[in-house]
Design a protein around this ligand. Structure first.
Ligand code: CS2
Ligand code: MN
Length: 349
């Protein structure tokens, strides 16, 4: 069981995280190194020491971001890939086992509001198709906590111009180029690369997204057939549409040993491309958490998992999706289900 921590500036401190029952591992990143630069060994070691001093372990990185030039397939990509590999080796040397990343053009997870009020007056992240259609990405001041906020309006215009030449097939081929260079190095150093699915799993603002569904994930896994080319299976990202059968996907990829990291989150979707995030409880959302965990358990999953986003509850304020309370409740709920599955298995033998 792991928990995402945003570093020394995170109001959710390591001391608090440690008090969540069953918490073992911290998931974090070096946030002040610009995308594309090497993560130096000493920096990684210092972070590891800070985490270990708090009684936790540092074994999962989220994210080691992929430079846009790699996604765009520009000639400069080789330099950035070289840097990426250097970072991977440094991380491996420091004992990191899993590196989460994504291949979404420009934007990470996208929502139309981060303060959608639920009936119980908690606040959550939500996506309403109509609202997204009304956003003009250039002119409206759009930004989200999950995004690289360093884009100024002019930069955004430029990068959209660059992406206007990138269709799905070119994005696939740029991803393949990256994987063929990076995965063998990850494999050598004992790291599992774990791609995070696109969130939401469809094109936004005319930018292609490809890690979206079973067919595409099958294709992804075949590009380099290695356990070092694995998934961060994010139930909330893939599961925000009825098109993906989350339980059967989890069962399949876990049986294939291609899930290195699981993000557990529940969402409530409708059939028109809208959704909001709920508590982890199965009855609050569209996903069956027991069935998901049972699929992992049945297939001998022994990787990392973390509660993904939580709602804002009990008056907490802070980074949307990443407060303490609701994520801690999620961790306890997940641990409760897992303990039940373990004990059931023992008693049936
Ligand atoms: C995370 C993603 O907050 C989230 O939903 O799961 O932002 C994730 O960290 C990145 O996509 C991984 O690169
Ligand atoms: Mn996720």
């Amino acid at each position: 069981m792991s928990f995402r921590w945003y570093g020394a500036n995170d109001q959710v401190t390591l001391e608090k995280i440690r008090q969540i029952p069953g918490m073992q591992v911290i998931v974090t990143a070096i946030y002040d190194v610009p995308v594309g630069q090497v993560w130096e060994y000493e920096r990684i070691l210092a972070l590891k020491k800070q985490i270990e001093d708090a009684g936790l372990r540092f074994e999962v990185v989220e994210s080691l971001p992929v430079h846009e030039d790699i996604k765009l397939g520009l000639p400069t990509r080789d330099k950035y890939i070289e840097n990426y590999i250097k970072s991977l080796h440094n991380l491996a040397k420091a004992g990191i086992k899993v590196v989460c990343y994504n291949f979404m053009p420009v934007f990470d997870w996208t929502r139309t509001t981060v303060e959608y009020p639920l009936k119980d007056h908690s606040k959550t992240l939500a996506y309403f198709k109509k609202d997204l259609e009304n956003i003009n990405v250039y002119d409206d001041d759009v930004s989200l906590p999950g995004w690289d906020t360093s884009y100024k309006k002019e930069d955004l215009r430029h990068i959209f111009e660059q992406y206007s030449h990138i269709d799905e097939e070119s994005l696939w081929s740029n991803l393949a180029y990256f994987l063929r260079a990076v995965v063998p190095e990850a494999e050598k150093s004992g790291i599992k690369m774990a791609i995070h699915p696109d969130d939401p799993p469809w094109n936004i603002f005319g930018l292609c997204r490809i890690i979206t569904c079973e067919k595409n994930i099958d294709r992804f896994l075949k590009i380099v057939d290695s356990e070092s080319n694995s998934l961060t299976f994010c139930t909330g990202s893939l599961g925000c549409t009825p098109d993906n059968d989350i339980v059967s996907m989890v069962r399949k990829y876990s049986a294939q040993k291609r899930i290195a990291f699981v993000h557990l989150r529940n969402v409530k979707f409708d059939n028109d491309g809208n959704f909001y995030e709920t508590s982890h409880l199965s009855s609050d959302g569209s996903l069956d958490m027991v069935a998901i965990l049972k699929a992992l358990h049945d297939t001998g999953f022994d990787g990392y998992c973390r509660p993904d986003h939580g709602r804002m509850i009990w008056g907490e304020t802070g980074r949307p999706g990443y407060g303490l309370y609701d994520r801690a409740l999620g961790a306890c709920y997940i641990n409760g289900i897992w303990e039940t599955l373990e004990k059931e298995k023992c008693s049936s033998h």
